[in-house]
Design a protein around this ligand. Structure first.
Ligand code: ADP
Length: 373
């Protein structure tokens, strides 16, 4: 009785395994311990447009030979599972008369071993990833196109803007003009708005650069105090207008950095710009100190006493165009790219960014960066 039961069970298991192989959407080929072909499923035949091969050897098979994975096959012989890097296959590669229509394939191969570790079979599973690869290529091309357009537009906008800033600055600094106070205020307004536009355009350019993978590191030696000055400078007009106090807190033992100054200026400028933009009264503090744990990193913090960020929004602000909520921020200009750019640059430089905030009380961003890139 028992024998009957177990043979029925055995038959069921066999049929189940056969079905798993036969009905599998992946192309499966099974080989013996010497790598001699035993069987394959319909999906394999459909994929390679081959009749079931008779004398195929795993270690000398055309599909895997095309993939150039002879070294990995040695690993397989030692009992390891191997992932075959994606490869293009054309039915003509195997000498068949099929139309020239290459497909991209990825494969995984593994040995079947008994409990003593002896290999009895090899199984290779093939997947057609042509569509996925083509879509990735198209996406890459589309991203590159978008980056090129953004970069061209930003460059073209910057040129006339530099002209406006240059002329307005000349007029403001021309003592001989003796402009009445109201006109001076108008001119400062022109300059302030032009500066805002420059910062937005810079962020668009930076996003384009980051998206096209063109954000390499250019190192130089510099002081963080210079970075702070450069980051506050574009907002002098707004600081005066709002009557904010901007306080710099720099620890005495702060060393010079050997890192990408331009990127760090862009990061700190975005943080300082936001602190000033979202604070109507009170202080903006910009601090820099050495991380005591290893003395190899610096911590730069920008705190304000402004509107704060709701707890649930603290993650989304780092996303492209991530603005907290348009009704709340409508009166503040911005396109929601500053923090995306800053976070991307911090990642490139191997740093971290943290944010703490309390609605109505203020926000602190802390950036940790290596002293040397
Ligand atoms: P933008 O300032 O151009 O909108 P950012 O990427 O620099 O874009 O910031 C994203 C959003 O994060 C802002 O729109 C704002 O809602 C929020 N935010 C950033 N910094 C502050 C801050 N210091 N205080 C309050 N909200 C802030």
């Amino acid at each position: 009785m028992r024998d009957k039961d177990s043979s029925a069970e055995f038959a069921m298991e066999r049929s189940m395994l056969k079905n798993i192989i036969e009905l599998n959407p992946y192309g499966i080929a099974v080989f013996d311990e010497e790598g001699r072909y035993l069987r394959s499923n319909q999906a394999y035949i459909d994929l390679f447009k081959l009749p079931p091969p008779k004398f195929l050897s795993l270690f000398d098979s055309p599909p895997l030979k095309t993939a150039g994975v002879q070294e990995q096959l040695l690993e397989l012989r030692k009992g390891k599972t191997i992932r075959v890097p994606q490869f293009w296959h054309n039915s003509r590669d195997v000498g068949e008369e099929w139309p020239d229509n290459p497909i991209c394939i990825s494969a995984v191969a593994f040995p079947l071993m008994d409990h003593e570790g002896a290999i009895h079979n090899y199984v290779v599973m093939f997947e057609d990833i042509t569509e996925k690869v083509r879509m990735e290529e198209q996406l890459k091309e589309a991203l590159q196109f978008k980056s090129d357009i953004m970069s061209t537009i930003s460059h073209e906008l910057r040129t006339p803007l530099s002209g406006i800033i240059g002329s307005a600055t000349l007029l403001l600094e021309d003592n001989a003009l003796q402009l009445p106070e109201r006109r001076m205020a108008n001119l400062k307004n022109v300059l302030g708005n032009a500066d805002k536009l420059v910062l937005m355009i810079n962020n668009i350019l930076d996003v384009a650069r980051i998206d096209s993978g063109d954000a390499g590191i250019n190192t130089e030696r510099f002081s963080l105090i210079d970075v702070m000055d450069a980051s506050i400078e574009p907002f002098q007009g707004l600081i005066e207008e709002k009557g904010l106090r901007v306080i710099r807190e720099v620890c005495d033992d702060l060393p010079l950095l050997f890192n990408d100054k331009q990127k760090i200026v862009r990061i700190v400028t975005n943080l300082v710009g936001n602190a000033i933009k979202f604070t109507d009264a009170g202080d903006v503090r910009i601090g820099a100190k050495l991380k005591e744990e290893d003395r190899k990193r610096v911590s730069i913090s920008v705190s304000d006493t402004g509107i704060g960020i709701p707890e649930g929004k603290l993650n989304s602000i780092f996303e492209h165009f991530g603005r907290v909520d348009t009704s709340r921020t409508r009166r503040h200009s911005g396109i929601g790219l500053g923090l995306t750019v800053s976070k991307a640059y911090i990642d490139v430089l191997g740093g971290e960014i943290h944010v703490k905030s309390e609605e109505g009380r203020g926000t602190t961003f802390t950036v940790i960066l290596p002293i040397s890139a």
